[in-house]
Structures are given as structure tokens and as C-alpha cells.
Design a protein around this ligand. Structure first.
Ligand code: 9WN
Length: 726
């Protein structure tokens, strides 16, 4: 594991330890001194990776305070810490309800039910999962009763969509979505119970917190609940704020999937949670979809209308698998645009909570614009679920760099990353631990042993174009036909948006058969026909990219090119009687016969005939054009000889402005893709790397920083993701 990640995991664990209160973790040192509902679920996701016992304790402590009707309260108060938060038990007066649990102090509302997802994670992450089964047995009925409560009490029309009745229940308290319903509430200050906010006593800039008008309304609603003794039927009749929220319902839907799997693990019937999941997914997709905005919006039950305010909550049906393919594609276009933050935009971090181009967008105010780690953590999984791998990877890398660069804050500026709200925020720490662990776990077990690799190295490899059937065309037309065919494959089977190749359909297609026939023609091809530097670069880059795809398809590689021993040296094309592997093309030809990373010798020996085709001087931009079948490498493009310099510029610019290049000004450090490590010499050493990044960076501030500190910078390298771009 990279040192910077290991160090920050230690920091994150220390934060969780210092926020530990004996049987649960508070969200932050002073601002939130009690146990919070969904915070604990996220906190336990992180702890699940290294301390199963505490992860379990966190969840069990919370569920001890579950109400008798199944409701899981938003806050479980810590008696020792009373007096520093508002509202506390004296204000909630939940003892008016017959449903409150004995010996527990809680609030009278709930929050998004993430917990079944956490419980499943605790089980899966534990090294001794059998030992977790008794916990699963104890917690399953409680999870079930929480979901039952939601469907029974909060879904009066039996639609599969549950309502929230307080902005705090949404977890995204002052989201612009609530402005309209809250704005309708006319508050008579004289009738409002007296209260004092405590949240502004912690040295946090009030501009980054909800306003007093919002607090008045929060208080009005609490007063309404307690007047009605927390009886749902009565509250429902009177409450001006009843909303079907896409975030809450997506979390519930996704949690039902986990609950069904937990049932199966315990040998119980998963039917009930499965049906809930289906019903809710269907209702989200039909009722909450806003076809003109390409996003899901909340529905206001009181006003009988959709609230046409588009926040990141509207993307979360991806997390639940509730969006149709078409809806997902439209959502993707929306979130991957400058409205939120597009790939390679360079001046933004992941997905802010609100559309940056809307009038009320506020980059530093709580849920009205900043980036929140938990929302993006769910979103990254949602994007991955629908195959938007590149975007999901970029979100994950941004999520990792925000705490490293700006601290473990509560929320972050969506443009410059500044941390806002409280520091040492527990879920930021916990989800950081989860992200790093999940990343490294996805990399495990892919490599093959050394012996197998050595055998593969001396075995001579697999020639992919050794067929006897030759294409019927004059030899001088072969390279252009081949390029045309490569372009055809790219247009049909490479999904550049998702950064994926549809290997299964490609292998069976006529286009691929035709391409393979053309590659047979390469046996008689004479590369001296390639004239001019552009033509040569385009030919070899395109050929490299297709031999990789061809090799993956032919060897039936499932997950990572690392499954096949010595893949880049083993698959080969016969070109004019000589054999060329991707390594030969890359290190021998395009890198002007250089030494590959970790090898002792140059790619071609002194008398190797293939040296004739070397492209010199090295064009470093080709590193961003060579596709290696992995998620960390270049998106597949087709390079045209006439346009290749412009295309290489684009490729370099995309890469330099993506999360493969992270500038840490505070530490005078560059966190870079391994590409800049392995091929440092091609860029002219470390100073050349800095110059290169300077040339292609779109952010003036970053350029200025690079200019001023070039000589003092240190380098560290981010992991390289070898998973297939499938
Ligand atoms: C009210 C604890 C909680 C989070 C919420 C976040 C904030 C509370 C507050 O802090 O809300 O529940 O006092 O502002 O909005 O998501 O669970 O971290």
C-alpha cells in the first residue's frame, strides 16, 4: 500500500478512536456529541475492515434505542454529554410516545436506513465471518422491523415510497429541495417554543450552516410531533412537510437488497425484503423520475407535486439499481457535465450536492453546494453498478484525495477542496478507510506466480495472426484497411464514455472476424511503407491498442490482464515475418528501444532487426494513448495520422487534469499515476514531468504553484488499477 494511504489510514483510525464514547462513536469531537443514526452506519463500514467487534458494537448500541414500533431514532443521546447540542431530550419530550424504549434518550425522528448495508459489509469484511453469524441472527429481526415500520407508517398509499417528515430525517438538512415546502410554512415566532441554537458555538462559520429561518421551521416541526405524542396517524394529518425523497428511498431500496442476502445467509425466506426492493425500485423509477431534467426529484405529498430542484440526491437511484438503463445514461450525462463536475474538468472535486449553475448554489454552505463524502461514496458504487467505471474510479480517487489534502472535514468546497464544518469528522475518516481497503481488495489475487511468469516468458508466446487465409487486397492498402477496421471495432464495441470494451460481443462479431483476417495480412506487411512520423505513430499506437483487445478477447481474460502470465510480452503479431508483442511495440518501437520498468535490458538486443522501425525521438504523449486493457490507462481512441498531434494533446490534457494527477500544494507534493514513475525518463526526468503537467494543466492556480515550487516538489505515486476495462 502506498505510504500516503497507510499514513492517512492511521490518522483516520485515530479520529475514530478519539470520537469513541465507550459503546458507540460520535460524529465529531464537539459539534455532534451524541450517537447519530446514519453516521453510525457509515462509521461501522470503516471499522468493519479492522475492528469487527467495535463495528458490531456500534450497530448494536444504536439498535438498543430502536423504538417499539420499529423506528430507529436519528439521535441516541449520551447522558454524559448533554448540554452542548440542540435539540436535546428536554426539547424532544419523546416520553410522550408509548413507543419509546426504556432507559434510552432519543430524538423522535429517523434517518436514511443504511444499516442493513453495513451489517452485510461487517459480515463480508470479517476474516472470521462465521463468528459474525450470531450478530447477524440478533440484528436481522431488528433490521426487518425498521423496514417494516417505514413501509407500514410512512407509505400511506402503499406505493413503495416512504415519506420523511422533517429535513433532519433526510440527512441532508438544508438541501435546496426543502426550500419550497419549508417556505410554505408560515411561522408565528410568538407561538414558537423558545429555543437556542448550539451549533454556532463551535467556531464554525455560520455561513456554512443552516440559517435561523430554517431552524425556526425545524423547531416548528418538532413541536408539532411532540404535540401529537409522536402518533404517526395524527402527525400525518397535520404535518406540512411530507416528502418522498429519492435519497431516502434509494437507500431503503438498496438496504432491502442487503437484507434479503442476510436472510439467505441465515437460511430465512428473503421474499419480503426482495419484494420491497422491487416495489420501491419500480416506484422510484416511475414516480420520481423527472424526464425533462434528467434526474430524480423529490415528491411533495402535501402539495401533490414534484419539487423541481435537482440535487445530488437525485442521482442516488443508481446506488439502488432503481434507474432504468436509459435513465442511468441520462443521469450520467447530467452528473458528468459542468453542472456538477465532469471527468477531466480539472477544477472540481467529485459531485457537489447541488447543481453549480443554479442560482442558490453555495459552495461552502452545508447541503447547498459542498461535496459530501458519504453521498459520493454511494454514488461511486451506483455508477459502478451501471458500468460507468471511469467516472466511478474518478469519484473514488477524488474522495481519497480530499481528506489527504484538506483534512478529515465534514464537507468540502466543490471547486478548491477547502474543508468546511467540523474537522475530525467520523464518517469522512471511516469511509476513507473503506475506500482504500476496497480498492486494494479489488486488486488482490490477480497476479500469477513468478514460476508461471518465467515459464510464459520463455515459452515464445502466442501468435494471434498466424492464420493461412489472406485478405484479398493489395499489400499497400493493408495498413489503411487495418486502421479502418480498427476504427470500426472502436465505434461498435468500445464504449468510450464508460471506458469499457464489450469483449463478449466483439469476439462473436463479423467485424472482429474481418479484422482478424486483415491481421493475417500483416505476416507479409513491410513497415517501411509507413512514411512520416505521424503515420508511424498512428499505425503503431492503433495496432498496440488492438493487439491488447485482441489478446484479451482471444485468451478469454475475465478480470485483469494480470490473470495471464506476462500478457504484454506473450501475445504477438507476426509483421513481415518478425514477431511483435505489445511490449515490443511500446518499449521497442514507440519508446525508441528503452528499458521497460523493472527489466535489466533494453527491449531489443543489439542485432534485433525490429530496431529499424524505432520512432525517435520518443513522443511521451503516446503514454496517454496506449490502452493496456486496464482501468487506469488511456480511454480507447482511434488515432488518425493527419490529426494525431491534436489527438495526443487531448489525451495528455485529459490525463493531466484527471485524478491521476493530484497536486498537494500544502505538502509540496505531487501524487501521480505510476505512468509518470515507470516512464519518467521519457518525460525528461522529474523536472520534465513537472513541465509536462504545467503545459497541460487547465487550472491557472495549479500552474502558478508548479511554476513557483518546481524545484522543491516531492513525488508519490498513486496505485495503478489493473482491473479490466470490461
Ligand atoms: C441534525 C451528524 C449529522 C448528520 C447529518 C448532518 C448533520 C444534524 C445537525 O449532522 O445534521 O441531524 O445538527 O445539523 O446534516 O447528515 O447525520 O453528523
Amino acid at each position: 500500500m502506498s505510504r500516503i494511504f497507510a499514513d492517512h489510514i492511521e490518522k483516520a483510525k485515530n479520529i475514530l478512536d478519539s470520537n469513541w464514547q465507550g459503546s458507540s462513536t460520535k460524529p465529531a469531537p464537539s459539534l455532534y456529541p451524541h450517537q447519530w443514526n446514519w453516521d453510525s452506519a457509515f462509521i461501522a463500514m470503516g471499522r468493519a475492515h479492522y475492528d469487527t467487534a467495535r463495528a458490531i458494537q456500534e450497530i448494536e448500541t444504536l439498535f438498543k434505542a430502536q423504538w417499539k414500533n420499529g423506528m430507529l431514532p436519528q439521535i441516541v443521546f449520551n447522558r454524559e454529554a448533554l448540554g452542548h447540542y440542540f435539540p436535546e431530550p428536554d426539547f424532544w419530550q419523546t416520553e410522550r410516545s408509548p413507543h419509546v424504549p426504556e432507559n434510552q434518550l432519543t430524538s423522535g425522528i429517523t434517518m436514511p436506513p443504511v444499516h442493513a448495508i453495513t451489517v452485510e459489509k461487517i459480515f463480508k469484511s470479517s476474516r472470521k465471518s462465521r463468528a459474525v453469524l450470531p450478530f447477524l441472527k440478533r440484528i436481522y429481526p431488528r433490521l426487518l422491523s425498521l423496514h417494516e415500520y417505514l413501509y407500514r407508517e410512512r407509505d400511506p398509499e402503499n406505493e413503495g415510497l416512504v415519506y420523511i417528515r422533517h429535513p433532519w430525517e433526510s440527512g441532508i438538512d438544508n438541501s435546496p429541495t426543502w426550500d419550497e415546502p419549508l417556505g410554505r410554512m408560515k411561522i408565528d415566532k410568538a407561538l414558537l417554543p423558545h429555543y437556542e441554537r448550539k451549533d454556532l458555538e463551535h467556531g464554525i462559520d455560520p455561513k456554512t450552516r443552516p440559517g435561523d429561518d430554517e431552524y425556526d421551521r425545524y423547531v416548528y416541526l418538532v413541536d408539532l410531533f411532540r404535540r401529537n405524542n409522536y402518533e404517526e396517524a395524527l402527525i400525518m394529518r397535520e404535518c406540512p412537510f411530507l416528502i418522498q425523497d429519492p435519497l431516502f428511498n434509494s437507500v431503503l431500496c438498496r438496504a432491502n437488497e442487503s437484507l434479503a442476502r442476510i436472510a439467505e445467509l441465515l437460511g430465512k425466506d428473503p421474499e419480503i425484503p426482495k419484494n420491497w426492493a422491487e416495489k420501491t425500485a419500480d416506484a422510484i423509477s416511475k414516480k420520481l423520475w423527472h424526464g425533462e431534467h434528467d434526474i430524480f426529484d423529490a415528491y411533495d405529498i402535501v402539495a401533490h407535486k414534484t419539487i423541481e430542484v435537482d440535487t445530488a440526491a437525485g442521482f442516488l437511484p443508481l446506488y439502488a439499481g432503481a434507474a432504468t438503463r436509459e435513465q442511468a445514461q441520462r443521469i450520467y450525462e447530467r452528473l458528468n457535465s459542468s453542472s456538477f463536475c465532469s471527468l477531466h474538468q480539472g477544477n472540481c472535486f467529485t459531485i457537489p450536492n447541488y447543481d453549480t449553475q443554479k442560482q442558490g448554489f453555495d459552495r461552502s454552505n452545508y447541503w447547498r453546494g459542498p461535496v459530501w463524502i458519504n453521498i459520493n461514496w454511494m454514488l461511486a458504487q451506483g455508477l459502478r453498478r451501471y458500468g460507468y467505471t471511469l467516472k466511478a474510479d474518478s469519484l473514488q480517487k477524488d474522495l481519497l484525495q480530499l481528506p489527504i489534502r484538506f483534512g478529515f472535514h465534514e464537507y468540502f468546497d466543490s471547486f478548491n477542496g477547502t474543508g468546511y464544518g467540523t474537522d475530525n469528522f467520523s464518517w469522512t475518516a471511516a469511509l476513507f478507510i473503506d475506500l482504500v481497503n476496497e480498492f486494494y481488495a479489488s486488486q488482490k489475487n490477480e497476479g500469477v506466480g513468478l514460476a508461471k511468469r518465467l515459464r510464459a516468458m520463455i515459452s515464445g508466446g502466442i501468435v494471434l495472426n498466424d492464420g493461412a487465409e489472406m485478405p484479398e487486397l493489395p499489400p499497400e492498402d493493408l495498413s489503411s484497411e487495418l486502421l479502418r477496421s480498427i476504427k470500426g471495432l472502436r465505434d461498435r464495441f468500445y464504449d468510450t464514455k464508460r471506458g469499457r470494451v464489450d469483449y463478449a460481443s466483439l469476439s462473436k462479431s463479423d467485424e472482429y472476424r474481418q479484422y482478424r483476417l486483415l491481421t493475417n495480412g500483416l505476416q507479409k506487411y513491410d513497415p517501411s511503407q509507413l512514411t512520416g512520423r505521424r503515420e508511424k505513430i498512428a499505425f503503431w499506437v492503433n495496432l498496440y491498442n488492438t493487439i491488447v483487445v485482441d489478446g484479451i478477447a482471444r485468451l478469454g481474460i475475465e478480470r485483469s490482464v494480470k490473470e495471464a502470465a506476462y500478457f504484454f510480452g506473450r501475445v504477438k503479431y507476426n509483421i513481415g515475418g518478425l514477431l511483435y508483442s505489445p511490449d515490443d511495440i511500446e518499449h521497442g518501437i514507440l519508446r525508441a528501444n528503452s528499458r521497460p520498468w523493472f527489466h535489466l535490458f533494453k527491449q531489443f538486443g543489439p542485432s534485433d532487426e525490429r530496431k529499424k522501425w524505432v520512432v525517435s525521438p520518443v513522443e511521451p504523449r503516446t503514454h496517454f494513448a496506449l490502452v493496456c486493457g486496464s482501468r487506469s490507462c488511456a480511454p480507447i481512441e482511434y488515432y488518425e495520422p493527419q490529426k494525431i498531434y491534436g489527438q495526443l494533446d487531448e489525451a495528455a490534457k485529459s490525463f493531466v487534469n484527471s485524478s491521476e494527477v493530484v497536486i498537494l500544494p500544502e505538502e509540496k507534493k505531487l501524487l501521480l499515476s505510476e505512468i509518470f514513475h515507470w516512464y519518467e525518463d521519457d518525460f525528461g526526468g522529474k523536472p520534465g514531468v513537472v513541465d509536462f503537467i504545467f503545459d497541460y494543466h487547465v487550472d491557472d492556480k495549479a500552474r502558478q504553484f508548479l511554476k513557483e515550487t518546481a524545484g522543491e516538489l516531492t513525488f508519490e505515486y498513486i496505485y495503478y488499477d489493473w482491473n479490466l476495462n470490461r
